[in-house]
Design a binder for this molecule. Structure first.
Ligand code: PD2
Ligand code: ZN
Length: 231
């Protein structure tokens, strides 16, 4: 299976071994799936990094928003009931783009994808009953209302979710079209491709953040764009 096409570059992961050596740590490739390309990476963040990300975001959280298919603006929506805070790229020392041993650089090394192609990290908090109903992270190229968002850095080609907390019940990331659900585990990351290897959108990537039934779920999301992203 090749994760790279002749014409369009998309993020890819070295799957030749069961662990992946990154500049500052070695992580474990626990599961892979195709199609769509999905990978679970254990030990991607330390528990200390998870706690630091939560505490740097928690005071600034507000109701999460989605990109509206109606007019392309960011708006609150019943489908996404979490609270969240969006960082600019490199906003805190932990995620700065300069230091080689940071989360941003670790993501870039894992996926062979430049830091500047990433949107800023979003940290999300889901309390009991909160969820993110089934949706796509890509922008439908046929919907003219998304053109402004696509213009700012191209398609969202891939998504890396990083679970910042353990959750007692619920809170999995579910892919209803392929009957796959990944349960949260503190420090674990889940990558999935939003496009096929040729760069066209991948309908099988439909996914949802399942309602939290017990406990609190914290998550960090990194959306990767086809081109350099400027907010
Ligand atoms: O919280 C999740 O598991 C989740 C599920 C689907 C997050 C996102 N999408 C997202 O942030 O795009
Ligand atoms: Zn999503």
């Amino acid at each position: 299976m090749s994760q790279q096409s002749g014409t369009i570059n998309i993020p890819y992961m070295d799957m030749s071994h069961n662990s992946i050596v990154l500049p500052d740590k070695t992580v474990r490739l626990a599961s892979t799936f195709y199609p769509p390309f999905v990978a679970v990476i254990e030990g991607f963040l330390s528990h200390k990094e998870c706690d630091q990300l939560i505490s740097s975001a928690e005071g600034n959280m507000r109701d999460s928003r989605v990109v509206s298919p109606v007019d392309g603006t960011f708006a609150e929506h019943d489908a996404r009931t979490s609270k969240s805070h969006g960082f600019q790229r490199g906003a805190t020392p932990l995620i700065t783009t300069i230091e080689k041993t940071t989360i941003e650089n670790r993501i870039a090394a894992l996926l062979h994808w430049p830091v500047v192609h990433g949107e800023g990290l979003q940290v999300l908090k889901y309390g009991k009953g909160q969820e993110y109903r089934p949706h796509y992270d890509f922008f439908d190229p046929k919907n003219a209302n998304y053109q402004k968002n696509i213009g700012k850095g191209g398609q969202r080609v891939g998504t890396l979710l990083m679970y910042l907390s353990d959750v007692e019940a619920g809170g999995g990331t579910n892919f209803p079209k392929i009957n796959l659900e990944v349960r949260p585990k503190k420090g674990m990351a889940l990558y999935f491709a939003n496009t096929k290897f040729d760069g066209s959108i991948e309908p099988l990537s439909l996914h949802a953040g399942m309602p939290v039934n017990k406990g609190t779920k914290f998550l960090a999301t990194k959306w990767l764009r086809a081109n350099p992203y400027v907010s």
